[in-house]
Design a protein. Structure first.
Length: 256
């Protein structure tokens, strides 16, 4: 038996579905999903698994033009494999000894603005978003007169790698562009974790985050503006994390 819709219900559902990728009022077959719904769920779950399990390929995922333009190079964390990266998160929070040596040799110390790209939990996110965000960030930071460090890529990366970058290079602000854990609605979300002068021992309380950077979330152009504005606030406050939030204004810490 088909239950008649109420007046205006179809229009309301159409508006709701335009505003969210969530699966709303899809109906059922007895006590189960309809076949079409079940197949869509399985396909999205497979795509999310692929995004997590995929290995980074610098040329394939970012393109030779971007690599040449920014002289990008790749290093790894202490996670020697994708399996280690997923099963032992602590290994992905530290650069390997070889990575530390290469980063120290190829990157300048004490810059204002250091960008790092990490595969995180979605290579698909890095492949789809980083190629747009990286050039825009470098341009926007340079326009403000900040010195911008040599960007590089970290394989098998977790957010805590920010601390090693801070210890090695001593930049004022570090931005880590990292693939977010994918869901059933989107596997292409990039996050920008930011910290002021990160050091070993710092936690999420010392970091700020702009997340959901993708075409149906925070679009790259908006993300770039927000990241640079938040970095400027970090310079003003000489701090990051719980001490500041987007939209704050005020003098540099300790100034009159």
């Amino acid at each position: 038996m088909t239950v008649p819709s109420r007046p205006g219900e179809d229009a309301w559902l159409a508006i709701a579905r335009e505003r969210t990728p969530a699966r709303l009022f899809l109906g059922r077959a007895g006590a189960a999903y309809r076949t079409e719904t079940q197949l869509d769920l399985r396909a999205d779950h497979a795509f999310a698994r692929d995004a997590v399990l995929a290995e980074l390929d610098l040329v394939r995922d970012l393109g030779d033009d971007l690599i040449q333009r920014f002289a990008l190079f790749e290093v790894t964390t202490c996670a020697a494999s994708k399996a280690d990266h997923l099963a032992k998160p602590e290994l992905g929070r530290s650069l390997s000894d070889a990575a530390k040596a290469e980063v120290a040799a190829r990157c300048s110390r004490g810059v204002d603005f250091q960008i790092v790209i990490g595969d995180g939990l979605s290579v698909a996110a890095v492949a789809s978003q980083a190629k747009h965000v990286l050039p825009g960030l470098v341009a926007a930071a340079s326009e403000r007169g900040w010195t911008v460090g040599q960007p590089f890529m970290v394989r098998h990366c977790r957010v805590g790698v920010l601390n090693d970058v801070g210890e090695l290079l001593g930049p004022n602000v570090v931005v880590l562009l990292i693939g977010e854990r994918p869901g059933l609605a989107c596997a292409q979300g990039l996050s920008a974790y930011m910290a002021y002068r990160p050091r070993v021992g710092h936690t999420d309380a010392n970091r700020n985050l702009i997340s959901n950077i993708h075409a149906n979330g925070v679009v790259p152009e908006v993300a770039i503006r927000r990241i640079v504005a938040l970095a400027a606030l970090m310079f003003d406050r000489a701090s990051s994390g719980v001490a500041i939030k987007e939209g704050d204004v005020g003098p540099r810490a300790g100034s009159a």
